[in-house]
Design a protein around this ligand. Structure first.
Ligand code: NAD
Ligand code: LMR
Length: 348
């Protein structure tokens, strides 16, 4: 096998595609590429899990331009090379976001500080929010015309709003934040409670913020084709411990592991992007609400979307909301509005 050409920031700006395959590689820019999540994510992307087994990719890996993370990133690139992934057609290793986002088709914004024990994700806003000002501007200036952005760095919804607010060329619908980890968590909790295989749980969607206020809408979920509330008749469990377990799962993982979720977060991002590339998929994504489900029109809120074309989607707006659902949505919306107010000075 011929080696993968790797591009360093100080050398060439363009990775070279060595393959003779006719399929054009998708350029995937990933920030925080030497971090925990990326250590799972990059290998999944390169193996074909995100874009499918026929789609070549070029990884454009971005870190902060300091010696330690850049050296660590060099090591990650060496390991990627050592995997001999047939779909990996090039790598860019850079501390310069202008190089890393150049011509990117997907921009995966993972790089940001994780929270520690006792913190809420919103406590990260002051430190992390500013990262997304510059990245939003650079992506708008140099990414591909069809660029899509997925934000993972916390607090993801509001960071996504900050990045999108900087863009003049790319429209707000190109910017999505990840609530798929919450959907996956909710699916697993419902399957455990009902004592069924995970695949029997469908249509469980996440509304609102990626925070404890999020609403995993059990009211519309199906288990084995039946309404979940007919299968799990313990409504108090659904309204209480279920919502709480899903909403606070991130903190539970930090308490158990001493570090925030990484492999499951990477897996959720694979799902997020994968399902946004496949028309017909219905899944939870945080998008600019435009007023759907009573959310403030300017906030990024989790809700069910249907992929309409690769990278494009429409909000599924038809789910009826009971009084309990409406009150949950109102409280997660309130938090999103408060976060937006707290970062007013960061919005473009
Ligand atoms: P980590 O500390 O292991 O890695 C973060 C990496 O980002 C570091 O290597 C750091 O150098 C890099 N970085 C920081 N600023 C950067 C910038 N401006 N450009 C490029 N790289 C930059 O953290 P992690 O565990 O990988 O988590 C990353 C983020 O994802 C955190 O904010 C975490 O809270 C969040 N997260 C979100 C979800 C979700 O469901 N939305 C799930 C898990 C974690
Ligand atoms: C998660 O949900 O696991 C992540 O957002 C990390 C965190 O801070 O909880």
């Amino acid at each position: 096998m011929r080696g993968i050409r790797k591009t360093l920031a100080s050398q060439r700006q363009e990775p070279i595609t060595l393959s003779t395959m006719s399929t054009t590689p998708i350029r995937v820019a990933v920030t925080g590429a030497a971090g925990q999540i990326s250590y799972s994510l990059l290998f999944r992307i390169a193996s074909g899990a995100m874009f499918g087994p026929e789609q070549p990719v070029i990884l454009q890996m971005i870190e902060v331009p300091f010696e330690k993370p850049m050296k660590a990133l060099e090591g990650v690139a060496m390991e990627l090379e050592d995997c001999a992934f047939p779909l990996l057609k090039g790598m860019v290793v850079t501390g310069d976001a202008k190089i890393g986002f150049k011509d990117a088709n997907w921009c995966l914004l993972v790089g940001a500080k994780p929270r520690g024990p006792g913190m809420e994700r919103a406590d990260l806003l002051k430190d992390n929010g500013k990262i997304f000002i510059e990245q939003g501007q650079i992506i708008d200036a140099v990414a591909a015309d069809n660029a899509r952005v997925a934000v993972v760095g916390n607090p993801a919804n509001t960071n996504c709003m900050i990045a999108a607010s900087q863009a003049k060329r790319l429209t707000p619908d190109r910017f999505t934040a990840m609530v798929r980890l919450d959907q996956n968590r909710a699916q697993a909790q419902l399957a455990n409670k009902a004592g069924v295989d995970l695949t029997e749980v469908e249509s469980i969607f996440i509304y609102g913020n990626h925070s404890p206020t999020m609403f995993p809408s059990f009211a519309h979920a199906k288990i084995g084709g039946k309404p979940a509330m007919e299968v799990i008749t313990d409504t108090e469990w659904l309204k209480g411990p279920f919502c709480e377990t899903v909403g606070k799962r991130g903190a539970a993982i930090i308490a158990a592991r001493g570090a925030s979720s990484a492999a499951s977060a990477a897996n959720a991002l694979v799902d997020h992007v994968h399902d946004l590339m496949i028309p017909g998929k219905i899944h939870s994504v945080a998008v600019k609400s435009n007023g759907a489900y009573g959310f403030d029109p300017e906030v990024w809120a989790g809700m069910p979307v249907k992929t309409t074309a690769p990278g494009a989607y429409e909000v599924i707006s038809g789910f009826e909301m009971c009084d309990f659902c409406k009150s949950k949505i109102a409280s997660t919306n309130k938090e999103l509005v408060e976060e937006r107010d707290a970062v007013k000075s960061m919005l473009g």
